[in-house]
Design a protein around this ligand. Structure first.
Ligand code: HEC
Ligand code: HEC
Ligand code: HEC
Ligand code: HEC
Ligand code: HEC
Length: 176
């Protein structure tokens, strides 16, 4: 009997030790309030709703890699200037845009979402599965003017949704 009990206890202890970090991460995800900040102060206050409502632009018009890559991608200033050479309202925000363009200086948008380096998120898989941007980013066509984080998007949230839809939950799916 002894011969079996000792290895069994060792295995049990090892399993518990291995499970602890995962439990800790999940517990932190579920029980601590989210750590995201409100909308970032941007170099130019870019109004999302206006560009849907007054210009009829799809999200993919500017975030071009969203359905075939990991990153959604950010638009180049040239794209903005296609319209804002002629659509000029006299607002300070557009003045800033135009002076960046004329000086050949890129606009350094502040990141709103930022997963740690060890996390692998893929936009394409989610978009091609059929999720709307709004599922994770809220309604940026009619409600949210300035990009901000509206959904938890930490490990507990990712795993809950993966379980709900039968998507893979192996560590290696989301971690490098
Ligand atoms: C005309 C170009 C344009 C269109 C169209 C556009 N965006 Fe954006 N988007 C931007 C720019 C510029 C930023 C950076 C400024 C900011 O974060 O507020 C941005 C930022 C974002 C961010 C935050 C990125 C981060 O740092 O985490 C999200 C999310 C986003 N857009 C989603 C959308 C969605 C969803 C739509 C469609 C409803 C959309 N965008 C349409 C130009 C655009
Ligand atoms: C397809 C044309 C189009 C593109 C491309 C476009 N915009 Fe616009 N933008 C508009 C229209 C239309 C308005 C609304 C103008 C008005 O209020 O009369 C607008 C409004 C704005 C405003 C608000 C101006 C104000 O008076 O408050 C800002 C800031 C702005 N755009 C920045 C950008 C930036 C930055 C980009 C590139 C990431 C961009 N736009 C790309 C058409 C466009
Ligand atoms: C399943 C949730 C989910 C959906 C659906 C989703 N996103 Fe995201 N988005 C994220 C996460 C998570 C990040 C942060 C990724 C990172 O930091 O690596 C992000 C980041 C972004 C960013 C900034 C960084 C980048 O990837 O360039 C933009 C812009 C963006 N999303 C636009 C969109 C648009 C547009 C759509 C719809 C076509 C969309 N997202 C749909 C979860 C989602
Ligand atoms: C709203 C539900 C939902 C959320 C939230 C979500 N996912 Fe997913 N994710 C899915 C579904 C469903 C699939 C499977 C798509 C398929 O089968 O093609 C998927 C697929 C993936 C894939 C690709 C897997 C593969 O093998 O192709 C990765 C990577 C991924 N998700 C990472 C994440 C990360 C990281 C987060 C959190 C930041 C997250 N997901 C949040 C629903 C979600
Ligand atoms: C569906 C996606 C997904 C899966 C599957 C997943 N993780 Fe994560 N994990 C994340 C995201 C997103 C973060 C970063 C946000 C956070 O800390 O919750 C993270 C963070 C972590 C962290 C770092 C926590 C910290 O304090 O920075 C560890 C450790 C970790 N995961 C371990 C694991 C292990 C072990 C597994 C397999 C049992 C696993 N993860 C499976 C998405 C996932």
């Amino acid at each position: 009997m002894r011969r079996f009990i000792r290895p069994a206890i060792v295995t049990l202890v090892l399993l518990i030790l291995l499970a602890l970090p995962v439990t800790a991460v999940l517990a932190r995800s579920y029980f601590l309030s989210p750590t995201w900040q409100p909308a970032q102060e941007q170099p130019i206050a870019f109004p999302h709703t206006t560009h849907f409502q007054s210009a009829g632009l799809d999200c993919e018009y500017c975030h071009r890699n969203v359905s075939d890559g990991d990153y959604a991608g950010m638009p180049a200033l040239e794209l903005c200037m296609d319209c804002h050479q002629t659509i000029v309202t006299g607002s300070a925000e557009l003045e800033t845009l135009i002076s960046h363009f004329e000086d050949g200086e890129p606009v350094n948008w502040e990141r709103v979402h930022q997963q740690p380096d060890h996390v692998h998120f893929v936009h394409a898989s989610h978009i091609n599965y059929g999720f709307d941007c709004a599922e994770c980013h809220g309604d940026m066509q009619t409600e949210i003017d300035f990009a901000e984080q509206v959904r938890d998007l930490r490990m507990g949230d990712c795993i809950d949704c993966h379980r709900e839809y039968g998507a893979p939950t192996d560590c290696s799916v989301c971690h490098y």
